[in-house]
Design a protein around this ligand. Sequence first.
Ligand code: URA
Ligand code: URA
Length: 339
Amino acid sequence: MNARDRLRQYLEQRRELGETEFVLDGLPIADAMRLLGLRGDEASAGAQKRPESSARKAAELAGESGDWRTALRSIGAEKPASSRRTIDAEQRPGAPQSTGTEPPRDVPEKVGRLEMPTQPVGDATSEPPAAPQPGIAVGHPIASLAAGALAALDSIDAVARAVGTCQLCALHAGAKNPVPGEGNPHAGFVCVGEAPGATEDETGRPFVGQAGSLLTKILAAVGFTREDVFICNVLKHRPPGNRNPSPEEIRACSPYLLRQLELLQPRVILALGTFAAQTLLQTTQSIGKLRGQLHRFYGVPLIVTYHPAALLRNPSWKRPTWEDVQLARRIFDNAARGA
Ligand code: URA
Ligand code: URA
């Protein structure tokens, strides 16, 4: 793609994600300079260092304080709290909202809220994340049910085959296809959603409907194609009418997710929406509380953000989502450098 098309695509993505201002952090400076009819070569040499060290500093600070907004502000990448319009969702603990039909409850506007970590957090970047040990998720409360059989599934494909014949809950009976997940099994970046919807049920592929198109754009905005990452859900069969997953269904199905994560050994997990976040972190805290901080899933950095379906209803959540996904990308890059 030439520089002009790339710049156009970049600006379109930013606009789509709710940005009105932009920072040229996706376009090589040399290309931007050339677009402007300037010489790009020596300008790029000095300028290229800054994003990397800024990102590292932000991630380090986020690791220290658990608050990435403070961290981003300190490197000048984030406006002070008073000028922000971020809205955090409030939800009933233990009552995650559907990504399908019902709109989220009215959310009180909270400006620049700072959260303390709910989980012990470490430094995101100064050392590579501890890889989950094989079998470690067996100790996870929700993994205990099927631990024995699942431990024998020794590849992502083997998990997919097992999902295809699974009858641990009733959802398989009403579903057209299992949706085990797809992508690069060596990706290092794993997106976890809630459950297949109608289009996913038709095709057997995760995130291919309307919310899926938005996810694809969000990933593209941080430089990932779908093939670069692995995408899956907590539930592998569609709940009828896109109703919320039940606790029993989550208990029955999430061991597959945990086994996938064991096999994938990701550098970063991006939990999309309430169900993925609450299931992986074993918490009933609301998404508004969980996002905006670094969590750990068996040592693996985990970032929580809004579900793409929720963004379709609440465009004002695009900006915070954009920040969450950028943070996840930076942690990924830093981990990749350390590996
Ligand atoms: N919503 C999800 O949570 N997962 C999908 O795969 C599609 C929509
Ligand atoms: N409810 C969800 O399920 N996901 C969100 O991201 C927000 C509200």
